[in-house]
Ligand binder design. Structure first.
Ligand code: DOR
Ligand code: ZN
Length: 425
């Protein structure tokens, strides 16, 4: 099976160029000015051709939580130009044993009639009592990595995977090849529990304090700090990899007035000055990756008084960044670096995130002139809402290619399925 993408503008993490790309046997086979014969030809004149996005931070909720599943989540991902996701362990039951990890992989491989619509990897949850299993999944001695990282929640959030004990955190970081950390200090959160609103109950000082604790125990290890919300945190976390989410880049605490508890998320949306400072960090190479932290909750739960934290985002993450780029906020190459190349590099995912010969042919084609209003009716989330409802964005994915085959084209899905990624450690 061969597929030729002709006349597109190819965007890599280093630059851009015009060429025809031949995909053959699931790989990128040739960049050329000629027109080699192919089974299928896509005319990408006027379009941007980039590696499929790797979203290192999604919560697809299976098993046990009804607000998303792998059929709907992977559909949303694909329509949003995302071809690989790394899924979080705070499910019911949580992914904290090798048995649960294997069960989750089996469940994913039979989701969406024939498997998930995108490639995937899984994070492994850390508790105070499961270090042996953590090391068998992601430890230095495990011959092959079974998970993308060991995930530590230093602050409580959806689920009950809280690890307060710093000695456990130190041991996990020393023994694991990669550790992802939700860095909010539970002690500081507790100190603010009588505050009137969500934002002040989880202040920036909780994030700063958690990063300080990580610095005190984790500098010899490889640590990926999830959802950094400000320049201050990014600067402090400089020995580590740092992730920003689209919601902290595009929304601020005033969204809480408009959206109420729909805008409730951990860590919380910050002040406009913090949001701006996060952009400054991003543009000054103090953020390595963008993860959507796609954390859907059902509308009925979000409407409750004690609403859970989290918002969906896997389908809007790339359109938001492309729109920002077309508005001159950030280069397209930088978007590819943050959303494709770096996630692949940080998580050592084999063959992905690059537009280069021999790389996996997971590719997203964007129409930079397509302008649409975001509306939950057209997104594919099971939760049926988005915090960006009504926002006008320019530059949407129109074709997503998975393993050299068209998997999504202008609203239609094709029977193409993803696989578990492998890691090149
Ligand atoms: O807001 C959040 N929601 N933050 C998290 O850390 C977890 C997530 C979820 O799973 O709902
Ligand atoms: Zn998360």
């Amino acid at each position: 099976m061969s597929l030729l993408i002709r006349n597109g503008k190819i965007i890599t993490h280093r630059g851009h160029f015009e060429a025809n790309v031949l995909l053959w046997n699931g790989k990128i086979a040739v960049f050329t000015k000629n027109e080699p014969k192919a089974d299928e030809v896509i005319d990408a004149n006027g379009k941007l051709v980039m590696p499929g996005v790797i979203d290192p931070h999604v919560h697809f909720r299976q098993p046990g939580i009804p607000s998303e599943d792998w059929a709907s989540g992977s559909k949303a991902a694909l329509a949003g130009g995302v071809t690989t996701v790394l899924d979080m362990p705070n499910t019911k039951p949580p992914t904290t044993t090798l048995l649960e990890l294997e069960k989750k992989k089996a469940l994913i491989s039979t989701s969406a009639a024939g498997g998930p619509l995108v490639n995937y990897g899984l994070h492994f949850g850390v508790t105070t009592g499961n270090l042996e299993e953590v090391f068998r999944a992601v430890g230095w001695d495990s011959p092959t990595l079974l998970a993308a990282s060991a995930k530590i929640f230093m602050g409580s959030s959806t689920g009950d995977l809280l690890v307060r004990d710093l000695e456990t955190i130190r041991q996990v970081i020393r023994g694991s090849r990669l550790v992802s950390v939700h860095a909010e200090d539970e002690a500081i959160i507790m100190m603010h529990s009588d505050k009137p609103d969500h934002t002040s109950r989880r202040p920036k000082s909780a994030a700063i304090s958690a990063i300080r604790k990580l610095l005190s125990v984790g500098q010899q290890g490889r640590v990926y700090v999830l959802h950094v919300t400000s320049l201050e945190e990014a600067e402090l976390a400089s020995p580590f990899y740092r992730e920003a989410t689209p919601h902290h880049l595009f929304l601020n605490s005033s969204a809480l007035k408009e959206l109420g508890s729909y805008a409730k998320v951990n860590p919380p949306l910050r002040e406009e000055s913090d949001r701006r400072s996060l952009w400054q960090a991003l543009l000054n190479n103090m953020i390595e990756a963008i993860g959507s932290d796609h954390a859907p909750h059902l509308k009925e739960d979000k409407a409750k008084e004690n609403a859970p934290s989290g918002m969906p985002g896997v389908e809007t993450s790339l359109p938001l960044m492309i729109n920002a780029s077309l508005n001159g906020l950030i280069g397209l190459e930088k978007v590819v670096e943050l959303m494709c190349y770096n996630p692949s590099r940080i998580f050592s995912i084999k063959g992905k995130g690059k537009m280069e010969l021999g790389a996996d042919a997971d590719i997203t084609i964007i129409d930079p002139n397509l302008e649409k209003k975001v509306t939950a009716d057209e997104l594919h989330y099971k939760c049926g809402w988005t915090p960006y409802e009504g926002m006008r964005l320019k530059g949407w994915p129109v074709i997503t290619i998975l393993g050299g085959k068209v998997a999504f084209r202008e609203g239609e899905f094709y029977p193409v399925h993803g696989k578990e990624v492998s890691y090149a450690f």
